[in-house]
Ligand binder design. Structure first.
Ligand code: ATP
Ligand code: MG
Length: 219
C-alpha cells in the first residue's frame, strides 16, 4: 500500500491510542469493540488501521504488513524486536510485570532454600532472564492466559504476570512478591518503511511525540 498501515490491538491499546492518533489528525472510522471489521478506514484516505492480537503486533510490523504499530514492552521483549525501530515510549497501557504467589506461600524462603520453583507465565523469555539474573532455578510453564489459576490448582508455585490495580490477584488470593519491571506501550516502526516512507511516517511520529510530551495521553 502507498499509504500508511497502523497495527493496533483492541481493548486498552486501541482506546489509549485514540487521543494520540487524534493529535496526528487521524480518526479511525468505527470501533473494533463493536465491529468485527479487521481493517478500519480513517478520515485520511492514505491511512488505515488493522486490528491484530496484542502479541501479534510486532510480527505485522516486522514483516512490513503494517508500517507502524503500538505494542506493550512485555510483548516486545518476548518478540525480540528484530526489524523494529522503537522511537517512542508512549506512556500508555501502564502496568508492572510481577512475580506473584498464593497468599501464605513463603517465596523468600523458597528462593533462599534454592528450591526449584515452578513458574507459569505467558512471558517465558522475560521470566527466564529475571530468574537467571537472581540465580533462582525455575521450571517455566508456558500459558496463554489466566495465569492466576495456575498456582490455585497446583500447576505452578508462582506466576509472572502483569499487574495494574492488583484486583485480579486479590480476587484469587495471590500476592505480588517481586516487581520485575514497569511496563508501558511503545510505538514501533518497520525499519525499511521508515526509510522508504519517511515523509509520510515522520510527521506521524512527531505528532505522537508531541502528544506524549504534553501529557495528553496519560489517563
Ligand atoms: P488477550 O487479552 O487478548 O489475551 P493481551 O492480554 O495481550 O491479549 P490486552 O489485555 O489488550 O491484550 O493487553 C495489551 C497490552 O496492554 C499488554 O501487552 C500490556 O502491555 C498492557 N496491559 C496488559 N494488562 C494490563 C493491565 N492490567 N493494565 C495495564 N496495561 C495492561
Ligand atoms: Mg489481557
Amino acid at each position: 500500500m502507498d499509504g500508511i498501515t497502523i497495527a493496533l490491538s483492541k481493548g486498552r491499546i486501541f482506546e489509549e491510542t485514540l487521543p494520540l492518533l487524534a493529535a496526528a489528525g487521524i480518526i479511525p472510522s468505527g470501533n473494533p469493540e463493536t465491529s468485527r471489521k479487521l481493517i478500519l478506514d480513517t478520515n485520511r484516505p492514505d491511512v488505515r488501521v488493522v486490528i491484530v492480537r496484542a502479541s501479534d503486533t510486532p510480527t505485522y510490523v516486522q514483516y512490513g504488513a503494517a508500517d507502524l504499530g503500538i505494542a506493550g514492552k512485555d510483548v516486545l521483549l518476548e518478540h525480540g524486536g528484530l526489524g523494529l525501530y522503537q522511537p517512542l515510549d508512549l506512556n500508555i497501557a501502564k502496568c508492572r510485570m510481577c512475580v506473584a504467589v498464593p497468599a501464605g506461600f513463603d517465596y523468600a524462603q523458597a528462593v533462599q532454600r534454592g528450591a526449584r520453583l515452578r513458574v507459569a507465565t505467558k512471558y517465558i523469555h522475560t521470566a527466564r532472564e529475571h530468574f537467571a539474573a537472581k540465580g533462582v532455578h525455575v521450571d517455566l510453564i508456558k500459558l496463554y492466559g489466566s495465569m492466576e489459576l495456575a498456582p490455585l490448582v497446583g500447576l505452578a508455585d508462582a506466576i509472572v504476570d502483569l499487574v495494574s490495580s492488583g484486583g485480579t490477584l486479590k480476587a484469587n488470593k495471590l500476592v505480588a512478591v517481586e516487581e520485575i519491571m514497569q511496563i508501558s506501550a511503545r510505538l514501533i516502526v518497520n525499519q525499511a518503511a521508515l526509510k522508504i516512507k519517511r515523509e509520510l511516517l515522520q510527521p506521524l511520529i512527531d505528532a505522537f511525540a508531541g502528544a506524549v510530551r504534553s501529557g495528553g495521553a496519560t489517563p
